[in-house]
Structure formats: structure tokens, C-alpha cells
Write a protein of this length. Structure first.
Length: 273
């Protein structure tokens, strides 16, 4: 008994004199001989690691078409002022190449106050308003004035908050939206994620309110449908170029091109359904 009391007294003295946080003691209990003892390998730092896993500048620094395809399957994250996080998987994009692209806001290389973000470093948000009411979100890429439009998301987290935001923006309608209706369009996803003109020119690699996380089980080429863009009007040959990309079979896509999917199946690019 005296020996036990002595050991307890020594342990108490060590705990009272230690300047290390209690979490270090927990890590030591779970340490494996010969393993790296640094905090980065501890399960107690998983949250910190998660917050630092956002997509970085080298990911966004791609040619526009490549970036539009690479976005598919990645996760857009929006942190609301109250701390809630909204997560959505990107399932549909459109590439706008700038310069010669007649459907691009930066066609002819013209830079204005409105489209300035398209000429900024890759990963910069370009948010613009349509019809004086709705917003659309784009991300700049490699190439002078080139950017990718985010068209649709598959909601993953924070769906109740998305419904609140969509309801507030729609005002007149009180109809409860289904999951697939929350973000299946560029303006809808901006409403659901609370994105407006205040997000224009923000940097996805640095911003505290919006960023991208790497997705899991990213799609292969056979899962991606390349077809024409939507709502660009009479833009000659540019109206027919396959610069819209979406995940085949995903119900959260805004517009499905059944004809193109049949052509892909006929070529053997995708299996027949």
C-alpha cells in the first residue's frame, strides 16, 4: 500500500507540473512503438486535417476544359454565418474559354469591371447576376478570361439549411423542395448556398466562407457526358460545341442529353442502359 500511495503521489506531481495539454497523454496511450509521434498522425487531429484538405492552387491551374471535367465529383463547401456547413458534390459544369468563345463574357479578350474575376488567378470566383435577380457562380482557370460555370450540385450536407435559403429567395412559393430540386441549376445552387455578388473575386484557396474539398470515388471518362451548353442563344458554332459536362445517370443534373448518351452507348463509350 505505501508503494502504491508513493506512485500515485508521483503521478499527481507530474500531472500538476506538466505544461502539455491532456490530449498529449491520450496520444501517448494510443501510440504504436516505432510510429511517428507527431500530431498529424493522431486521430485526435482528424478535424484539423479535414479543414486543411481543401483543393489548392495547383488544382485550379488547369486549362478550362480540363478544369470543367476535373470539377465533377469534387465537393463545394459553404460555411454560413451561423457556423453551419453546406456540402454539395459537383455534378454538372460548363467551360467558357474567353477570347474567341462567342458565348463567354470575356469574348474578344474584353475585360470590364463586371468580368474582372475571369482574368484573375485560377481559383478566383466570378459571380454575376442575371435578370437582375439570380446569381451564377464560376471559377477562373488557365487561359485569359477563361472560367468554369458550376451548373448543378448533389446536396450532401445541410439540406434543411438549403431549403431555408431557397424558400427565402423564392418568397412566393411555400412548396417543399425535394432533394434533387435544391441545386439542379446554376441559380438554384447559388440560392441554396447563399451565394451572391459579395462572393465575386474571392479566392477558393483562401476564403473562410467557401472552398472546395476533394471528392471520393471520382468519375472516369465513361461516366462523363460532354454536350452543348445551355441558354447561350445564337452564338454560331459555339452554340454547338460540347463544352457542358455532367455525370451520367446522376439525378441532380439540370438537363440530361439523352441523344448524346445514346450516341455514346452506340460508340461503346458507355454501357447500354
Amino acid at each position: 500500500m505505501p508503494r502504491k500511495r508513493k506512485l500515485l503521489a508521483q503521478l499527481s506531481a507530474l500531472q500538476s507540473n506538466s505544461s502539455l495539454p491532456q490530449i498529449n497523454a491520450l496520444e501517448n496511450l494510443n501510440a504504436t512503438p516505432g510510429a511517428d509521434p507527431s500530431p498529424k498522425s493522431s486521430k485526435y487531429f482528424m478535424i484539423e486535417k479535414k479543414n486543411s484538405s481543401r483543393l489548392q492552387a495547383d488544382f485550379f491551374n488547369q486549362p478550362c476544359v480540363n478544369l470543367a471535367k476535373s470539377f465533377l465529383g469534387q465537393i463545394l463547401v459553404r460555411k454560413l454565418p451561423d457556423g453551419r456547413e453546406l456540402w454539395g458534390r459537383i455534378v454538372e459544369t460548363e467551360a467558357y474559354l474567353g477570347g474567341e468563345d462567342e458565348a463567354s463574357h470575356s469574348k474578344g479578350g474584353k475585360q470590364t469591371q463586371r468580368n474582372a474575376a475571369m482574368f484573375m488567378k485560377p481559383g478566383t470566383l466570378y459571380v454575376y447576376q442575371i435578370y437582375g435577380i439570380y446569381f451564377c457562380i464560376n471559377v477562373s482557370s488557365q487561359g485569359e478570361g477563361a472560367a468554369v460555370l458550376l451548373r448543378s450540385l448533389e446536396p450532401l450536407q445541410g439540406l434543411d439549411a438549403m431549403r431555408e435559403l431557397r424558400r427565402a429567395s423564392r418568397k412566393a412559393s411555400t412548396k417543399l423542395l425535394k432533394d434533387w430540386q435544391l441545386c439542379n441549376g446554376p441559380s438554384k445552387l447559388c440560392q441554396a448556398f447563399g451565394i451572391d455578388k459579395a462572393f465575386d473575386q474571392r479566392d477558393l484557396t483562401q476564403d473562410a466562407d467557401i472552398w472546395m474539398e476533394p471528392g471520393q470515388d471520382l468519375p472516369g471518362e465513361q461516366d462523363v457526358v460532354a454536350t452543348t451548353r445551355i441558354g447561350i442563344g445564337n452564338r454560331g458554332e459555339w452554340a454547338q460545341k460540347p463544352l457542358r459536362f455532367y455525370l451520367r445517370g446522376n439525378k441532380f443534373v439540370s438537363v440530361v442529353d439523352k441523344k448524346m448518351e445514346k450516341e455514346m452507348a452506340a460508340r461503346g463509350d458507355i454501357p447500354c442502359s
